[in-house]
Design a protein around this ligand. Structure first.
Ligand SMILES: C[S@@+](CC[C@H](N)C(=O)[O-])C[C@H]1O[C@@H](n2cnc3c(N)ncnc32)[C@H](O)[C@@H]1O
Length: 210
């Protein structure tokens, strides 16, 4: 009997230690990632304020920031939608969503709501005026189907704004061209409404329903 208790307790201690180590490693990884994504070099290179202006967000709008990462863009968008609007901060990474929730509480931000997505569905709780998806689509498999799923979350006059890499950016497994994107959007019932080329390595394309 005592032997069994020792075995069970040892097993529980090992499991708890392994779990804490995993959580600790996740936290270190996230801390590094947050610094990396919000580094000045990236913010300046992308001309973030110009991007936000180009999105033409109005007070009261509901915006979904899909693949929100550290919440950097959501925090820029939140004042534009004002207290009458909302930003859904959508990601599959729970640690990043927790980081955003902590920041919201610390800074008293009330119009950003985190949303736990799954791989093939952003699970946005409400139809939105704008879906903003920056540096994320190339992480997603079956992009054509994903774009169709995204379009189902739009209001009738809703838009999808995509920022992604131009051809001169280092190769990635799921890389796609601007032509691919326009075709996927068209198959999902959307057409190009606006595009911008002010960034050196990335483009901005905005789509609306046909
Ligand atoms: C390179 S980061 C971009 C973050 C943010 N958009 C930015 O530009 O600062 C890509 C983000 O997409 C998220 N992601 C990857 N696959 C996803 C999926 N299927 N659905 C939602 N988010 C996803 C990752 O967890 C990561 O936070």
């Amino acid at each position: 009997m005592v032997r069994w208790i020792i075995i069970i307790v040892s097993f529980a201690v090992c499991a708890a230690a392994a779990l804490s180590l995993t959580i600790f490693k996740e936290k270190i990884k996230s801390a590094f990632y947050i610094g990396h994504m919000e580094r000045d070099e990236r913010v300046n290179r992308m001309q973030v304020e110009k991007i936000i202006d180009r999105l033409r967000i109005a007070p009261g709008d509901i915006v979904a920031d899909v693949g929100v990462g550290t919440g950097f863009f959501s925090r820029k968008i939140a004042p534009r939608v004002s207290s009458s609007g909302k930003v859904y901060a959508v990601d599959i990474n729970r640690e990043l969503l927790n980081h955003i929730d902590r920041g919201n509480r610390r800074e008293g931000i009330e119009n950003i709501q985190t949303v736990a997505a799954v791989e093939n569905d952003p699970r946005i709780p409400h139809r939105v005026d704008l879906i903003f998806i920056c540096d994320t689509l190339h992480y997603i498999d079956r992009q054509q189907e994903y774009v169709k799923t995204l379009s189902g979350y739009l209001k009738s006059d809703g838009r999808i704004a995509v920022i992604s890499f131009k051809a001169n950016w280092p190769p990635m497994s799921n890389k796609f061209t601007e032509k691919d994107l326009v075709r996927w959007m068209s198959n999902a019932g959307l057409e190009l409404a606006d595009s911008d080329n002010f960034m050196q390595d990335e483009y901005l394309m905005i789509f609306k329903k046909k």
